[in-house]
Design a protein around this ligand. Structure first.
Ligand SMILES: *[C@@H]1O[C@H](CO)[C@@H](O)[C@H](O)[C@H]1NC(C)=O
Ligand SMILES: *[C@@H]1O[C@H](CO)[C@@H](O)[C@H](O)[C@H]1NC(C)=O
Length: 374
């Protein structure tokens, strides 16, 4: 176990502080999802990773509610755009099946992210998200063909359609206005996070595996090769303790793979029931409360992903030769995330232009500290 050093503790502290600050006001991106990486299980050959996609869902506390006041106000202005036409199908999920079918790989896997209007504006997180794929290596850009962007307000849906093929408008009956910021742990916040969780269950019930990613995750290389064939659920770690199957790892739902099966659907059912059993808790907490019982009862393999590869600001991977994804977790505020991720992408660009020798010699390093990254 290598989790005891100071560097792994301070992110925790900042995580807690961050959560407290979010309570006071602004954005809140907390992601809680289980990630496990099985780098040792190279069942996914990197060459054909696209066909091998089978991550599932994650829920994260990052993001949807994120946005500072300015961003949110701007987003609201854009909101005049028309909502997508209601689907003709009687399905309460509209054209979801159609969107999933178009986006999925041959083995019925999609990558999913969820956004609100503030994130679709030029120069906002969605732009950085796309930029990371496009400057990424090993064909990670091909995964964009399998990306479904779930939007929660009409302006975000329209913004999505301007830049991407697979957009889905998630209607909710809860009456929550998803455009605006949600205070951490407010009623609307909980409604939103549980709604996202329920939506992930629906995707599983339709027979699709998904890799849910928050939009503040930069994708530099294909992460699927680090997801075990044996994992029912693979979730990223705020703090990774060294054993991918230890439930002691701190999960982050902002990057979560779930394989569709009777087991994982049962797990989601229990997860949703936990909302009432542990009333007032958010879904990441409930995940932690039920994971031991349910993993044993359902014989569920939950893999926590190694932060060397599936990293974040909480526990930063400094090896650019290994990193696949980088999440702006442990970071509160859209402005701070944008600032630090911009810096990350600039370093990454230089890295991709470097020679093999320069890369091996470790010439390229993240610029530290940023606002959050350290
Ligand atoms: C990936 O797999 C498909 C069939 O599943 C095959 O047609 C294709 O050539 C493979 N691509 C690579 C790069 O191996
Ligand atoms: C990228 O490389 C250029 C040229 O060496 C350098 O001027 C610039 O500061 C580098 N940018 C970053 C973010 O390291």
């Amino acid at each position: 176990m290598k989790g005891g050093d100071v560097s792994s503790i301070s992110p925790l502290v900042s995580f807690v502080l961050g959560a407290a600050m979010a309570t006071v006001c602004v954005l809140f991106f907390m992601s809680a999802s289980p990630t496990r990486r099985l780098a040792d299980i190279s069942a996914f050959s990197s060459a054909n990773a696209t066909n091998d996609l089978r991550l599932a869902s994650s829920d994260s506390h990052n993001g949807v509610a994120d946005g500072n006041a300015e961003e949110t106000a701007a987003a609201a202005e854009v909101t005049a755009s028309p909502a997508p036409a209601p689907a003709e199908a009687p399905s309460p999920w509209g054209d979801l099946e159609e969107v999933l079918r178009r986006a999925a790989t041959k083995d019925r896997t999609v990558v999913m992210t969820q956004i609100n209007a503030a994130w679709t504006r030029p120069g906002s997180l969605l732009d950085l998200f796309f930029e990371s794929f496009r400057t990424g290596e090993g064909g990670v850009a091909r995964l964009l063909d399998h990306l479904v962007i779930v939007t929660m307000d009409p302006a975000a849906y329209q913004g999505c359609q301007a830049v991407h093929r697979h957009c889905y408008f998630l209607r909710t009956s809860s009456g929550v206005d998803y455009r605006s910021e949600k205070m951490f742990m407010s009623k609307d916040y909980l409604e939103m996070m549980w709604g996202r969780n329920r939506f992930q269950q629906t995707v599983l019930e339709l027979g699709y595996n998904f890799l849910f990613t928050d939009v503040d995750v930069m994708w530099f290389r294909d992460p699927f090769r680090h997801i075990s064939m044996a994992a029912d659920i693979a979730i990223s770690s705020d703090v990774y303790m060294g054993d991918p199957y230890s439930l002691r790892n701190f999960p982050n739902g902002g990057f979560l793979f779930v394989r569709s099966s009777a087991k994982t659907i049962d797990f989601y059912r229990a997860w949703q029931q936990g909302r009432w059993r542990f009333f007032g808790k958010h879904e990441q907490d409930v995940f932690n409360l039920i994971k031991h019982d349910m993993a044993a009862k359902l014989d569920l393999a939950i893999q926590f992903l190694d932060t060397t590869y599936i990293s974040g600001f909480c526990q930063l991977s400094k090896d650019l030769n290994k990193i696949c994804t980088l999440h702006a977790n442990c970071c509160v505020g859209l402005g701070a995330k944008l600032h630090d991720l911009r810096g990350v992408l600039d370093v990454w660009r230089n890295y991709t232009a470097g020679t093999t020798e320069e890369r091996r010699a470790g010439k390229f390093q993240w610029k530290l500290p940023g606002i959050c990254i350290h």
